[in-house]
Design a protein. Structure first.
Length: 247
């Protein structure tokens, strides 16, 4: 059993048409490890133009979507629209959606269910806040988030779990390889105990939180770290080094 290394770039609400197109043109020309699956999390207005600019070996993700196909939901986008723009993936449950926009577990679960039914792959994010880690609640928080996601997944083939400790996101404080491995291993054990042994062995669990060209190689050596979800560094040329981190 091998889990294909998976690297997502989450551009968040950054860039513009010109800068992002130039970025992907340079990544298209770079030497990329073909054993790594690479997905770009693109701001919704640029999904289509970035899909067109990117080499076909890369995929495109939206950074969020709503839980139904269409309707009177001003400001939302649906999985059907993402697919229509060439997107194959969606990032759901990101900590910024949870903590800046107040998305609750229940809504995230519903979005996961609908996105999968609509045929998108889902990068489902989980992770504890600093006070939760310091209060010794990391596992409780991460397992509760994972449980709601798991309850809404029928087919795990198109699910990647992204463990992103909130205290590591955008702070420059990357989790140590040991900290990441410890939680990834526990999430995998949770999957084994609550979903199935097969899913625990096949599901990719990727790490996010201040991953850089400098920190990625050591993290990539950890047995249960199957890739990365990268914010800030995915907007820089060093993203190529992160994509190629797995030796
Ligand atoms: P940074 O890599 O900027 O810390 O962001 C991580 C993240 O939130 C990816 O989804």
């Amino acid at each position: 059993m091998t889990r294909k290394f998976f690297v997502g770039g989450n551009w968040k609400m950054n860039g513009n048409r010109k800068a992002l197109t130039e970025l992907v043109c340079s990544i298209n020309k770079a030497k990329i490890n073909d054993q790594t699956e690479v997905v770009f999390g693109v701001p919704a207005p640029y999904l289509e133009c970035i899909r067109k600019a990117l080499d076909s070996k890369f995929e495109v993700a939206a950074q969020n979507c709503y839980k139904v196909e269409k309707g009177a939901f001003t400001g939302e986008i649906s999985p059907a629209m993402i697919k229509d723009c060439g997107g194959k993936w969606v990032i759901l449950g990101h900590s910024e959606r949870r903590h800046v926009f107040g998305e609750c577990d229940e809504l995230i679960g519903q979005k996961v269910a609908h996105a999968l039914e609509a045929g998108l792959g889902v990068i489902a994010c989980i992770g504890e806040k600093l006070d939760e880690r310091e209060g010794g609640c990391t596992e409780e928080v991460v397992f509760a988030q994972t449980k709601v996601i798991a309850e809404n997944v029928k087919n795990w083939e198109k699910v990647v779990l992204a463990y992103e400790p909130v205290w590591a996101i955008g702070t420059g404080k990357t989790a140590t390889p040991q900290q990441a491995q410890e939680i990834h291993e526990k999430i995998r054990k949770w999957l084994k105990d609550h979903v199935s042994e097969d899913v625990s062995k096949c599901c990719r669990i990727i790490y996010g939180g201040s991953v850089t060209a400098g920190t990625c190689a050591e993290l990539a050596c950890m047995g249960d770290v199957d890739g990365f979800l990268v914010g800030g560094a995915s907007l820089k040329p060093e993203f190529v080094d992160i994509i190629n981190a797995k030796q």
